[in-house]
Design a protein around this ligand. Structure first.
Ligand SMILES: [Zn+2]
Length: 81
């Protein structure tokens, strides 16, 4: 459970379960490895994700974490239409 302040000023918090803030991203290789196990648990998915992605519900920025560090690797802002 953590919280960050988005660059737009919105406080983003993943403390509710389930939530619409936090997403898990897997490469095809990682997903294949997880699914090759004889039994797959929800813990397998959360600890083996390649990236943890947080979505700001206000400005739609994406914060990409590697799952180990509290500082994001990348921050993406949606393009203007
Ligand atoms: Zn934001």
């Amino acid at each position: 459970m953590a919280r960050i302040e988005c660059k737009c000023g919105q406080i983003i918090w993943n403390g509710e379960t389930p939530n619409d803030i936090e997403f898990w991203a897997y490469s095809d290789r990682t997903m294949d490895s997880i699914l090759m196990s004889d039994s797959v648990s929800s813990l397998d998915f959360s600890v083996n994700a390649d990236y943890n992605v947080w979505l700001c519900p206000l400005c739609r920025r994406l914060y990409i974490f590697n799952g180990k560090d509290s500082v994001p690797l990348y921050v993406y802002t949606p393009e203007e239409n």
